[in-house]
Design a protein around this ligand. Structure first.
Ligand code: MSP
Length: 511
């Protein structure tokens, strides 16, 4: 049976346009979704926008438009940006979507009927940037560390969620890795948060109208977080009956950064337990993209838009530069200088040059009447170096890294293979062999083309268009290749010896 793989990104707030921070999570999720499709898993990839809440209502008021018009405009911005980054999401969920609202109402009603939601009053320090109540412990010099703003004292009549009832159970599930939190340092952070036990939490707002009405009390709308979390179910086109199983639930992986881990490791599992549903299997927490050491955010004003990167480097290079910025899980201090340097070294001079020189050589050999020859991956010796063409070994290493969500490592493995091939060509000096009409070069160049095909497979999750361009240049049809099962795709020796290659356009113009 096919393995299933349901992956989500956070649904993004629409108070600001998409920036490369949200693009980073979305590209990473796309890489994983494409990889899982490539290895034959039954994959579903969900992203979307989180559109309710105080801050959006306030912006719409300021712009003198109704919140729905504002939400439509901003949400479209996200969808368009993900399209321009070639994101292959299977659905784009909006929390203002009718079906979603209906599901939220059903879920909250069920929790209310089962006694998990009760009427109370909530007081506390509210940060509208985070749409979360904060404790004194969370603040740095009285300010929210993420938004550098002072949370306001809020007091309101509120329906409360009995989160405390699930504290011990969730703690155990996290401890036993039944709800796996990666990396372990984050798991430990959460476990120490659980030391004090979970408190009940406010689940409704009566001082804002921009939200989903509680079905049993129209004076209240749902707090944004329960509304937002339920996207992970409604985005699967959930039938609306919460008890009914959906074949994709539970999610294999919720991807996010550390700013929203705590809510994902407390409120969301507690809601699922209250609803009698299984918990997601993994939460993977990646690092922040930092500019001059600070997290990119609208309030700090250090935002870089994905469009700016695409305009300068192109779509696939943008995807490459972001994923390559840091080991997946660590923070990355990014800068235009670092991007330029990497683009020129690894893309223009690296991959781009490799493809171009290889195609030129194969065409020269053809003109010289040299036939390409498949020697079945036997090793080749040049300049006392043995070039053993074991692509299976590389594939297994790559696969292991991808399965462990070490996507930047898998990308590094791909680049090691690119370097290996470059070195092979440099040592073999095929241009000399062609001049001498040495038939050995036929084997060497056939191997080169097979490695290029293999590289295009490794690249596919990361740089899908470039991968297709490379396949086309060796006269393989990208759609036919993608339709094969993976063992056949990577199988050595499928390129015909009589192939007529086509030199692709310059893949990466130098900057
Ligand atoms: N709407 C909530 C999530 C609800 S999910 C049920 C939210 N939205 S958000 O727009 O603030 O998105 C936060 C997420 O965006 C982070 O967890 C991370 O995935 C991504 N990033 C936002 N800024 C980022 C960086 N500077 N660097 C890396 N990722 C960033 O929270």
């Amino acid at each position: 049976m096919k393995k299933k793989f349901y992956i989500t990104t956070p649904i993004y707030y629409i108070n600001a346009k998409p920036h490369i921070g949200s693009a980073y999570t979305t590209i990473a999720a796309d890489v994983l979704a494409r990889y899982h499709r490539m290895v034959g898993d039954d994959t579903f990839f969900l992203t979307g926008t989180d559109e309710h809440g105080e801050k959006n209502e306030a912006i719409a008021q300021k712009e003198k438009i109704d919140p729905q018009t504002y939400a439509d405009k901003m949400s479209a911005d996200f969808e368009n940006t993900w399209d321009s980054l070639n994101i292959s999401n299977d659905n784009f969920i909006r929390t203002t979507n009718k079906k979603h609202k209906k599901l939220v109402q059903k879920a909250l009603q069920k929790m209310y009927d089962d006694g998990y939601i009760y009427k109370g009053e909530h007081t506390g320090l509210y940060c509208s940037g985070c749409e979360q109540y904060k404790t004194e412990k969370d603040l740095v010099d009285g300010l929210c560390p993420d938004h550098k703003t002072k949370p306001k004292n809020a007091k309101e009549e509120s329906y409360m969620f009995k989160m405390s009832a699930f504290s011990d159970k969730i703690k155990k599930l996290i401890k036993n890795d039944e709800l796996l939190i990666i990396p372990t340092s984050k798991k430990n952070e959460i476990l120490s948060f659980y030391e004090d036990g979970l408190k009940d939490i406010s689940f409704s707002r009566s001082n804002t109208r921009w939200g989903i009405e509680l079905p049993w009390d129209k004076n209240h709308v749902s707090y944004v977080w329960p509304d937002a979390f339920l996207n992970y179910l409604s985005g699967l086109n959930w039938s609306g009956s919460i008890e009914k199983d959906n074949k994709m639930w539970p999610a294999e992986l919720h991807l996010m950064s550390k700013d929203i881990l705590r809510v994902h490791a407390t409120i969301w599992p507690a809601m699922l337990l209250a609803l009698g549903l299984p918990l997601p299997k993994k939460l993977f927490i990646h690092g922040f993209l930092l500019v001059n050491g600070q997290k990119m955010s609208k309030s700090i004003g250090n935002i870089i838009a994905p469009d700016e990167l695409i305009a300068k480097y192109g779509v696939d290079s943008t995807r490459y530069l972001l994923i390559d910025a840091t080991p997946f899980g660590n923070d990355a201090d990014i800068s235009w200088e670092k991007f330029d340097e990497k683009y020129n070294a690894n893309l223009a001079n690296g991959l781009g040059n490799l493809i171009s020189r290889s195609m030129t050589l194969v065409q020269k050999a053809e003109k010289a009447g040299i036939r390409l020859k498949n020697n079945d991956q036997k090793s080749d010796n040049y300049e006392n170096q043995d070039f053993i063409h074991n692509t299976d070994k590389v594939w297994n290493k790559y696969k292991k890294e991808m399965d462990e969500i070490k996507i930047e490592s898998a990308l590094k493995i791909t680049w090691n293979h690119i370097k290996f091939l470059d070195n092979y060509i440099t040592c073999a000096k095929p241009w000399e062999l062609i001049k001498e009409k040495d038939a050995k070069v036929g084997i060497m160049l056939y191997n080169t083309l097979e490695h290029i095909k293999f590289i295009s497979v490794l690249l596919w999750p990361f740089m899908p268009t470039v991968s297709d361009q490379i396949l086309s240049s060796i006269k393989l049809s990208p759609s036919k290749e993608r339709a094969l099962d993976i063992d056949n795709t990577i199988k050595w020796g499928r390129i015909p010896e009589k192939i007529k290659t086509k030199k692709p356009e310059i893949l990466f113009p130098r900057i």
